[in-house]
Design a binder for this molecule. Structure first.
Ligand SMILES: [Fe+2]
Ligand SMILES: [Fe+2]
Length: 332
């Protein structure tokens, strides 16, 4: 990133202290995975586990594929912290740096760390999944990393994280609603509490971008158009379970069919962000900036049309085995 852009983030430090760090929750006020899990130190542990497993028995396999996929995505957290620490002008230079950007990145990671932890323990106790093959998928995924194509630019990555936090909040929210529909209100609560964290993170990242749209409208709108041209890929897009080379594609198909995260959600997130940052109303842009603005605004109706056509095309779905649930068959 050019030095003058790095300077922008330096000049935003006081603002970030007051406006971004407020979206973190003090540890003492945070929920912990243990709040939602049977307590292994209590006498009622076995009984609580038995109840958890009885509830889980009523939930179909395809739901577990979706839940496992989102747990694996959360468990690849080391990759996401690396992404944030690669950002020019923002990286945590010492590992315990006191710039607001570094404080945010570490505390965000610490908050996110509870998500994978909680889902992992729940899935283990449920007895419905093949933990070893899930753990293998996590190891492969962290070893492979990700490529959001943000090129170390905070502009690009904050577009990406704004999009992703909202997308994960939607998908955890829908996963919770489905759990409730299957009669598991405790699991619904687990998904809901995670979704509410993602929402808070979305508020922080969209606020940073809002500020960039104000300070550097051309830079911000060019970044938005750039990321949308590349398409926002899910963070776990490089996942592999050791046997299915298309596991990510297959998992995404299940998630789409169950209505947990769909093509419509993708367009909805974009439409929301464009509204949130008032992209349509931006004035005083350079010619290049206007082209980017135009591209992003036209993209929304274009994506809507694609969605409709995809809906019409819906073919007879394949049924394939998923290693995560001991090779039981699930419709895509
Ligand atoms: Fe998360
Ligand atoms: Fe998140």
């Amino acid at each position: 990133m050019p030095p003058e852009k790095i300077e922008i983030f330096k000049s935003m430090e006081d603002w970030a202290k007051k406006n971004v760090l407020v979206h973190l929750k003090p540890v003492e006020n945070c929920w912990q995975p243990q709040d939602f899990l049977p307590d292994a130190a209590s006498d009622g542990f076995e009984e609580q586990v038995r109840e958890l497993r009885e509830r889980a028995r009523e939930i179909p396999d395809d739901y577990f594929v979706a839940l496992v996929g989102s747990m694996i995505t959360e468990e690849a957290l080391p990759t996401y912290q690396v992404m944030l620490n690669n950002l020019d002008g923002l990286r945590d230079e010492t590992g315990s740096s006191l710039t607001p950007w570094a404080i945010w990145t570490r505390a965000w990671t610490a908050e996110e760390n509870r998500h994978g932890d909680l889902l992992n323990k729940y899935l283990y106790l449920s007895g419905r999944v093949d933990m070893k093959r899930i753990e293998k998928t996590i190891q492969y995924l962290i070893g492979t990393g990700m490529d959001p194509r943000a090129e170390n630019s905070p502009y690009l990555l904050f577009i990406y994280t704004s999009f992703q936090e909202r997308a994960t909040s939607i998908s955890h929210g829908n996963t919770g609603r489905l759990a409730k529909a299957h009669g598991d209100t405790k699991l619904a609560q687990i998904c809901g509490i995670i979704a509410s964290d993602e929402k808070r993170h979305e508020a922080a990242y969209t606020k940073i971008m809002e500020k960039l749209f104000e300070i550097d409208p051309d830079g911000a709108v060019l970044a938005l158009a750039d990321m949308m041209r590349k398409r926002i890929t899910m963070p776990a897009h490089l996942m592999y379970d050791g046997c299915d080379v298309n596991i990510f594609f297959h998992y995404s198909a299940v998630v789409q069919r169950l209505g947990i995260y769909t093509a419509k959600d993708y367009s909805d997130v974009l439409e929301f962000l464009v509204g949130r940052w008032k992209v349509e109303k931006m004035t005083g842009l350079s010619a290049e900036g206007r082209r980017a603005q135009d591209y992003v605004c036209r993209l929304i109706p274009k994506l809507r049309r694609l969605e409709e056509r995809a809906g019409e095309r819906a073919e007879e779905a394949l049924t394939i085995p998923f290693s995560w649930i001991s090779d039981r068959l699930v419709k895509l």
